[in-house]
Ligand binder design. Structure first.
Ligand SMILES: Nc1ncnc2c1ncn2[C@@H]1O[C@H](COP(=O)(O)OP(=O)(O)O)[C@@H](O)[C@H]1O
Ligand SMILES: Nc1ccn([C@H]2C[C@H](O)[C@@H](COP(=O)(O)OP(=O)(O)O)O2)c(=O)n1
Length: 312
């Protein structure tokens, strides 16, 4: 799988550089329960390593949003056919805007300023409309597990992801920077494509990435965290995105119950249930910082790629 090029320079206090050039992109699969930190971590790992990123949950969220906006109740089993049709017909595009590694923003109050690393952001397009915020609403979250349990929906998502990857590879091979879908939806990582043409790897997060979508991934991570901590983080995120918890009758207990209900549905469904792949590393983020969990994964990728710079 690897073509290895080793450059050795002999001199006093010398370094050995081992540069691995791969014929196949390095694949990182990140799975785990709701709000365990998958997408935040996956995006940052992709940014640090210059890899592509695919948020597979966004596909299920888009299909759920499309169904809800047509007045369809995904929790009613009689709607399975209608939702499957929506899944097959809708167009979904992702665009991840990566910050330059050196780019930082200052924030703080009363004259105390902190330097924060810019976080990458993913914009999600449903039939060319930017639905990045709408798909994170509590209403979509409440129904998405029912949608993701439909076999035809999973099949449609798999096809969409495959065609994105095929187009991505094609674009890379053709040295083509113009990554637009036929419906003008920006394709994956189009911001990256302006500077990087060939990506050395892919990070993908979801529930079945290590088990079904990328069963031969080079690194599989199963991200977990205490359910109370996950609920606190998710509520904080919803508030940050403009939700009024009082108006919406939402507190940590309710969010925790919703997460646990959703995890149960995701774990017990017949098709591609949430489960740890046998060869996945478990990473508990309960007591980690975001940077800390990203570091663990980046270091593991570097160790497995064997392209560390060693001082000899
Ligand atoms: N180690 C951490 N410490 C504090 N907050 C975190 C940590 N990891 C993730 N978060 C936050 O938790 C929330 C849920 O994370 P997210 O990446 O959306 O999870 P998932 O993709 O698994 O649903 C986000 O607001 C994210 O910023
Ligand atoms: N590969 C995937 C990704 C997500 N899903 C389902 C399961 C989840 O309840 C929903 C939403 O996933 P998402 O990762 O966006 O959800 P959370 O942010 O973790 O709450 O989609 C899935 O079944 N398979």
């Amino acid at each position: 799988m690897f073509k290895r090029l080793v450059i050795q320079l002999q001199a006093p206090r010398m370094r050995t550089f081992s540069i691995a050039t791969r014929t196949k992109p390095f694949q990182v699969a990140i799975d785990g329960p709701a709000a365990s930190g998958k997408s935040t971590t996956a995006k940052m790992v992709a940014q640090r390593l210059g890899f592509d990123y695919i948020d597979s949950g966004a596909f299920y969220r888009c299909i759920t949003l499309a169904a809800l906006s047509k007045g369809i109740n995904p929790s009613d089993p009689a709607t399975v056919g209608q939702i499957s049709e929506i899944a097959e017909q809708c167009k979904i595009g992702l665009q991840t805007v990566f910050a330059k590694p050196s780019e930082t923003v200052s924030s703080g109050e009363e004259g105390v300023f902190q330097k924060l690393t810019c976080l990458p952001t993913t914009r999600v397009f449903l039939n060319s409309k930017d639905v990045s915020s709408e798909i994170r609403s509590n209403n979509v979250s409440q129904h998405v597990s029912a949608v993701a349990a439909i076999r035809n929906v999973r099949e449609a998502v798999l096809q969409k992801i495959r065609s994105i990857r095929a187009r991505e590879n094609n674009n890379n091979n053709n040295n083509n920077n113009n990554k637009q879908d036929s419906d003008n939806t920006p394709n994956l990582s189009s911001s990256q494509s302006q500077s990087i043409v060939v990506s050395e790897g892919l990070v993908m997060d979801g529930r079945d990435i290590g088990t079904v979508i990328l069963p031969h991934a080079d690194l599989k991570i199963f991200l977990v965290a205490d359910s109370r901590i996950r609920a606190e983080r998710r509520l904080q995120e919803l508030v940050k995105n403009g939700l009024d918890p009082t108006l919406n009758k939402l507190d940590v207990d309710t969010v925790q119950r919703d997460l646990q209900r959703r995890d149960e549905l995701d774990r017990t469904r017949k098709v591609s249930p949430l489960r740890k792949a046998d060869d996945a590393m478990v990473l508990d983020t309960s007591n980690l910082t975001i940077e800390g969990q990203v570091d663990v994964i980046v270091q593991e990728v570097e160790r497995r790629r064997g392209d560390n710079v060693k001082v000899v």
